[in-house]
Structure formats: C-alpha cells, structure tokens
Design a protein around this ligand. Structure first.
Ligand code: 5GP
Length: 120
C-alpha cells in the first residue's frame, strides 16, 4: 500500500510558494523547477500539482486527464530546455529501493551532456 500523502513535504511547500525554487514551467497540471543539487548541466524536476506520493500512486489513482497533462508537461519542459535534439534522460525514483527521498511524485529530466549508459 502507498504511504499517505504528507502535505508538509518539500515539494508540496514549493507548490504552495512557501519555499523558493527556480521555476522553469507551470501549467494546470504540472510545475517544473531546477534541482537544488544538479547532476547534469540541465537537471529539472517536473511534478504534478496533485497530491501523489509516487509514480505508482499517480498511475493508479490520477484521472486520465491529469496523467495526460503531466506526460505532456514533462515533454514540453524537455523541449523548452532544448533537450530533444541532443537527447535527454527521464527518471522517476520510487520508494526506498528506488532511492526516492521526497514523497511527492517527481520526474527528473537530465541533459546538456552525453549521459552515458545507465547501468542501474
Ligand atoms: P529523489 O531522490 O527523491 O528522486 O530526488 C529528490 C531530488 O530533489 C534530489 O535530486 C534533490 O537534490 C532535490 N531536492 C531536494 N530538496 C530540494 C529543494 O528544496 N529544492 C529543489 N529545487 N530540489 C530539491
């Protein structure tokens, strides 16, 4: 079972504007901002506006409009960041073995250099 959503998690606070973030994109479904500890020249996090703990929670419980909106928003951010032609990487960590630290679904967008093969 998925953990209950914690309204005090750091990304919930960013969504409410209580904590500053370098925002790069926002629409009805999603917000995107720079990761505070970038692992690549471009490292942006894209989050849904709804209260979803993880990718698993989102896929299981969000309605189709929200899911479609979020997927399109992730792709739009990648395009706006100029990543599509050279290419980029998407990553969503889920749960403890996935190394997920913040319990609000976020997709990492990495780009700006050749990222190499991902082994795990
Ligand atoms: P996770 O391991 O949960 O997939 O990734 C969490 C990410 O959030 C990490 O890459 C971390 O650097 C980033 N992060 C944690 N706290 C903050 C914050 O307060 N602001 C921003 N912009 N990023 C954060």
């Amino acid at each position: 079972a998925t953990l209950p959503y914690d309204d005090d998690n750091i990304f919930a606070r960013i969504l409410r504007g209580k904590i500053p973030a370098k925002r790069v994109y926002e629409d009805a479904h999603a917000l995107a901002f720079h990761d505070i500890a970038p692992q690549a020249p471009v490292h942006v996090l894209v989050i849904p506006k709804g209260r979803y703990v993880s990718w698993d929670d989102f896929a299981a419980t969000a309605d189709d409009t929200e899911i479609a909106g979020f997927v399109r928003a992730v792709a739009t951010v990648a395009r706006e960041q100029g990543l599509v032609e050279p290419g980029y990487r998407l990553l969503a960590n889920v749960g403890s073995h996935g190394g997920q630290e913040v319990p609000h679904l976020h997709v990492h967008l990495f780009g700006g250099r050749a990222l190499g093969r991902m082994v795990a």
